[in-house]
Design a protein around this ligand. Structure first.
Ligand code: AKG
Length: 264
């Protein structure tokens, strides 16, 4: 099993905060030049939409157009397969600093980048964006252990008004009964049992270049974009070397990629 002592790029306090809360924000991680470069790559694929893409109408979340034929039905929600869109995306996503941060979150185990989950530019457009209810990303993923970590780069400001993420701190270590979730594994907001949890949520506020790591079991949600500007984020998911996707599932469709190992 791959297990090395990571070169530290995070303080012990940051590592502890991630383990305790199930998320961690690194402010100003990407430079303004990187943000501009990555944003341009996304924008160049939005009009017309260069597939593969997921559309708001596909998810049928609250506020989404009812079909691809309805008004706003061609509004993209995610530009999929970000890793294949431009070599610079792959280079940014597999950089050593991110690999090392993930390695420390995984207790020293080497991290690998999944091509099968997230791997997208997440877009939220004015007018036709939807609300994403409380959920854990792991609900539809198939790995030996529910221990994956996503990283989310803000390519613009992300606040409540434009559909920035809210998270429930420490929810990644809690056990949930079937009663607390609905048939699609969203956290039910119509029962008393879940209110203290939902009341403990925090609304994130990200600036361009801020990088957020969050655990695949951390409940999160987001509202619609109520502003006039499109929100764009770059999002990936990683797993530890000893936590492999279940053969034959969507999680195993493409091989995971190593992170750069150069000295930091
Ligand atoms: O931006 C959003 O609406 C939430 C996205 C999200 O949580 C997801 O796709 O898992």
């Amino acid at each position: 099993m791959a297990h090395q002592s990571p070169q530290k790029i995070l303080s012990t306090e940051q590592e502890n905060a991630f383990q305790r809360d199930g998320f961690l924000i690194l402010r100003g991680f990407a430079s303004p030049q990187e943000v501009q470069m990555l944003r341009e790559i996304a924008e160049s694929a939005l009009d017309p939409v260069i597939g593969p893409a997921e559309f708001e109408a596909d998810v049928r979340y609250p506020g989404a157009p009812t079909s691809r034929e309805a008004q706003g039905g061609d509004t993209p929600r995610r530009l999929l397969n970000a890793l294949a869109r431009d070599l610079r995306v792959r280079q940014w996503a597999t950089q050593a600093a991110i690999g090392k941060a993930l390695q420390s979150f995984f207790g020293g185990k080497i991290a690998f980048l999944s091509q099968c989950h997230h791997n997208c530019f997440m877009t939220k457009s004015p007018g036709f964006s939807s609300q994403t209810r409380w959920h854990q990303d792991i609900r539809y993923w198939s790995f030996a252990k529910p221990e994956l970590i996503s990283f989310w780069l803000a390519l613009g400001e992300e606040i409540e008004e434009n559909g920035g993420l809210s998270l429930i701190p420490q929810s990644h270590r809690q056990a949930f009964t079937a009663h607390q979730l609905d048939a699609m594994k969203f956290l039910r907001d119509d029962i008393e049992d879940n209110q203290p949890l939902i009341d403990s949520a925090i609304q994130t506020s990200l600036q361009p270049g801020d990088l957020m790591f969050f655990h695949s079991c951390t409940f999160h949600a987001a509202g619609a974009n109520l502003t006039q500007e499109r929100k764009i984020s770059l999002v990936f998911t990683a797993h530890a070397a000893d936590n492999l996707p279940t053969p034959g599932t969507r999680s195993a469709q493409y091989p995971s990629l190593p992170f750069e190992s150069s000295q930091i």
